[in-house]
Design a protein around this ligand. Structure first.
Ligand SMILES: Cc1cc2nc3c(=O)[nH]c(=O)nc-3n(C[C@H](O)[C@H](O)[C@H](O)COP(=O)(O)OP(=O)(O)OC[C@H]3O[C@@H](n4cnc5c(N)ncnc54)[C@H](O)[C@@H]3O)c2cc1C
Length: 285
């Protein structure tokens, strides 16, 4: 049975950006944007669950984020994850990719004996696509990025397709390995009704009163949380302290379309295209 870790991030829904999406200091106004499961992380989770369906696996979803990120962890349980971990601490705030990958890598090392780590290719807010590769480096796993299809999987190896701009590569690898997954890789499943009923009350420990807490523990409703201290992390490598990146300035740029003229592909249109190019761009003496 494989032990699979899925890295999942809760992100602001950048497809629904409103005028107050950015604060005057250039930081993201998260309160103004709905928070969603990073789309490609759903594909990573689907890949983990499909491997579980085929080979049997222990699927652990981990996220580093604020308490609100329990929403994506609950969603992971609804989809079929076996375990979830919320890594949360004020000291993790303002982490760049270096600090984020440090925390995630140390968590994976603590879990131990992990065969496969699956991450989204890219988060739709930070957009760097660096976290997966940096985690792989820190845990000394091989990595394949931009995975667009899982072609074959056995207990000993897996074969994937990796999408490039001009070609698709087919790659075979043994374990352990980290893959970053794109939206083309699969169509993720819907939450399972039975699991929704089982876990809809899942929450952070402090959100249960004392009477309910016992019942919650018995039913697996308490979301396991881990702080910097729990994971025995080096504070200097976490959050703002551990992040050399600084975003100095963010500008809102409105792109204005110029005049648009469409040409067809028949002889007359091509003639018109050449005529217009000659008229506007070619000097005839
Ligand atoms: C406007 C803006 C600009 C930024 N610019 C930079 C920059 O230039 N350099 C920089 O280092 N940081 C930058 N950041 C910070 C960056 O968003 C964070 O470091 C972030 O936590 C991780 O980077 P990412 O979002 O680019 O993730 P990506 O590298 O795009 O994420 C890839 C995958 O890694 C996993 N993953 C990422 N974050 C987490 C998490 N918290 N928990 C679990 N899994 C995760 C997910 O599977 C995700 O799909 C910027 C943030 C903003 C808002």
């Amino acid at each position: 049975m494989k032990k699979i870790v899925v890295l999942a991030k809760q992100v602001p829904d950048t497809a629904n950006v409103t005028v107050d999406a950015m604060k005057s200091d250039g930081t993201v106004n998260r309160a103004a944007l709905p928070a969603i499961f990073n789309p490609e992380d759903l594909n990573a989770l689907e890949m983990a669950l499909s491997i579980k369906d085929k080979l049997g696996a222990d699927v652990i979803v981990i996220t580093m984020g604020p308490p609100k990120a329990v929403e994506i962890l609950k969603h992971s349980l609804y989809m079929g994850a076996d375990r979830i971990m919320l890594i949360t601490d004020r000291k993790f705030a303002a982490a760049d990719t270096l600090a984020t990958s440090y925390v995630l890598a140390e968590t994976i090392k603590r879990i131990g004996n992990v065969d496969l780590v699956l991450a989204g290719r890219q988060a739709i807010d930070g957009d760097t696509a660096q976290v997966g590769p940096q985690v792989a480096d820190k845990i000394a796993f091989n990595q394949i990025t931009y995975v667009s299809a899982l072609k074959e999987i056995t207990d000993d190896y897996l074969v994937v397709e990796r999408d490039g701009d001009v070609q698709t590569e087919v790659m075979k690898t043994g374990y352990p390995v980290l893959l970053t997954v794109t939206t083309e890789a699969n169509t993720h499943r819907y939450p399972n009704c039975r699991k929704m009923l089982q876990f809809f009350r899942a929450d952070l420990k402090d959100n249960f009163n004392e009477t309910d807490r016992l019942l919650a523990a018995e039913n697996g409703w308490i979301i396991p949380t881990y702080t910097l201290e729990d994971l025995e992390l080096d504070e200097d490598r976490c959050g703002l302290k551990g992040s050399p990146t600084r975003v100095h300035k963010i500008k809102s740029i409105m792109l204005k379309g110029g005049d648009l003229k469409m040409y067809g592909t028949d002889a007359t249109d091509i003639k018109h295209l050449v005529r217009d190019i000659m008229k506007d761009y070619v000097e005839v003496n």
